[in-house]
Design a protein around this ligand. Structure first.
Ligand code: ZN
Ligand code: CU
Length: 500
């Protein structure tokens, strides 16, 4: 019988997100779902000839900081152009609720526009997203910093009292009941760095009781990397929930190569039956607050402390509120201008410009990046912070960089494996039902790209560019990118954890 579909993608090479190799097929879409794959008969209101293009599930960015960005700039251009159809926000302990604490906690990343009423808890945050839909889907983690700040009335440099801990547990439980996919910590940042393991385990129990996962920017990614991995895995095992190690890496030259050991620790945990995985962005520079690097001893005389070592000439200013003319300069240029050691120059910058300066800082090894990427425990996330004129290019280039540089040019991953790590793998880990897969019945989140030409164009010098070779992106059955252009469709929705 002739059947009229809303949309048919014809003759694509379909990578379905399960890790299976690509096969030539058509995809039919009706409303927000995929309704047929294979050889699709009949016609559609819109038909795309995808000959020469790969079709994959839309990418799921498991490490996003766009909690506010999705509301204030709902095009979320830096994500959508690179094929991301779902962001998981609330990473590194920076969560969206309670709203007042979130506003303080996330000041360096993004402010919420005045048009948004402060929301009540995570239920309120997810409802606010639904009422003001962005161009992509949003799932949330409960952020440890934000609940700790709210419960303790600021940056408590001490353990919580029993009442404060009970209050934090209630906030985590509220988030999980509202549909958050887990809880994150950032144990190098304020105020999470003042928490001990038992505090985190107590909160992770609330997550485990509701089938969520524990996600962590660990206490140490430098000399103490392996101890931090041990703590992180132990928190999951004590509480009884799965673990996601954020941006798996080793920082500082003295620590290069240690990821071989941390990968073995992940393998050993998996062999015990623990659900331990990690994510990665494909660059040798991290990006964070300059304040946090100084606080963690990055430029001191030691080995670089919890965030590892970067030298002043490896540090680029990304965002300097009130002084955009400084963006793009290196910390070394201030060392020379002021004739100060690196740490003193950084402190003078912070006292003159405030603590919300964001930087990119090199300090990782390309060989480590490849080793982590090739390991089966690794999925992909951007950790993007699209703030200022010179953001770290990962905010714009992560996915096409992997598909171009690491898959096509260097052969680190097979294309179907890379797609799995961007789609089916994160959907499974983060409990997103009917996402991250191309099959009849799944949501129609789809990206079309040319494996022969796809490439990132975002560089440290000139970061704010989408990719080439990625012409179409579809969210819930609607084009959000068509022929390489953002359509401004607000096709996204808030996603809530699959309770199963
Ligand atoms: Zn982080
Ligand atoms: Cu992060």
């Amino acid at each position: 019988m002739e059947h009229a579909h809303d949309l048919i993608i014809r003759n694509a090479t379909v990578y379905d997100g399960t890790g299976a190799p690509g096969i030539r097929a058509d995809i039919a879409i009706d409303a927000d779902r995929i309704t047929e794959t294979g050889t699709v008969r009949g016609r559609a209101a819109i038909e795309i000839d995808a000959h020469g293009l790969a079709a994959a599930p839309g990418f799921i960015d498991v490490h996003s900081h766009d909690d506010f960005h999705v509301l204030t700039e709902p095009d979320v251009t830096h994500n959508v152009l690179q094929g991301i159809t779902t962001v998981i926000v609330g990473n590194c302990g920076f969560g969206a609720a309670p709203a007042a604490a979130a506003q303080v906690q996330m000041r360096a990343i993004q402010e919420v526009g005045r048009e948004f009423e402060p929301w009540e808890g995570y239920a309120g945050y997810l409802e606010t997203v639904d009422a003001n839909p962005p161009s992509l889907n949003v799932a949330a983690l409960v952020g440890h910093h934000t609940v700790r700040r709210a419960a303790m009335g600021g940056v408590g440099k001490r353990p919580p009292t029993p009442d404060e801990l009970a209050s934090m547990r209630r906030m985590v439980a509220e988030g999980m009941e509202a549909g958050a996919v887990g809880m994150s910590t950032g144990l190098v940042y304020e105020p999470g760095r003042y928490s001990d393991t038992t505090e985190v385990v107590a909160l992770a129990e609330e997550v485990a009781a509701r089938n969520g996962i524990y996600v962590s920017h660990m206490r140490n990614e430098g000399d103490g990397l392996l101890d931090a991995v041990r703590e992180t895995i132990g928190i999951g095992e004590s509480a009884g929930c799965g673990v996601e190690i954020s941006h798996h890496k080793a920082v500082g030259k003295g620590n290069w190569g240690k990821v071989a050991r941390s990968l073995e620790m992940i393998e050993a945990a998996q062999a015990r039956g623990a659900d331990v995985t990690a994510d990665q962005y494909p660059y040798t520079a991290r990006s964070t607050m300059l304040f946090a690097l100084v606080q963690n001893g990055t430029f001191g005389s030691g080995s670089g402390g919890a965030m590892g070592r970067s030298s002043p000439d490896e540090v680029l200013l990304c965002s300097v509120p009130g002084a955009p003319e400084l963006e793009g300069r290196t910390l070394q240029s201030f060392v020379e201008e002021w004739d100060l050691p690196g740490e003193d120059a950084a402190n003078r910058l912070l006292s003159e410009r405030g603590n919300d300066v964001l930087v990119a800082a090199f300090g990782m090894d390309e060989g480590d990046v490849r080793m982590v990427m090739a390991h089966p425990s690794t999925m992909i996330g951007t950790d993007g912070l699209d703030r200022g004129s010179r953001p770290h290019p990962r905010a714009w280039g992560t996915y096409p960089r992997i598909l171009g540089k690491y898959v096509r040019d260097e052969g680190i991953l097979a294309l179907e494996d890379a797609v799995w790590r961007m789609t089916g793998f994160p959907a499974k880990k983060f409990g997103l039902r009917d996402r991250g897969v191309i099959r009849a019945g799944a949501f129609a989140d789809i990206v079309l790209f040319d494996p022969a030409t796809v490439a990132d164009r975002a560089t440290f010098e000139d970061p704010r560019h989408g990719p080439t070779g990625m012409p179409h992106v579809i969210v819930n059955g609607q084009f959000v990118v068509r022929d390489g252009r953002h359509t401004h469709a607000r096709a996204g929705t808030a996603l809530r954890r699959d309770p199963a």
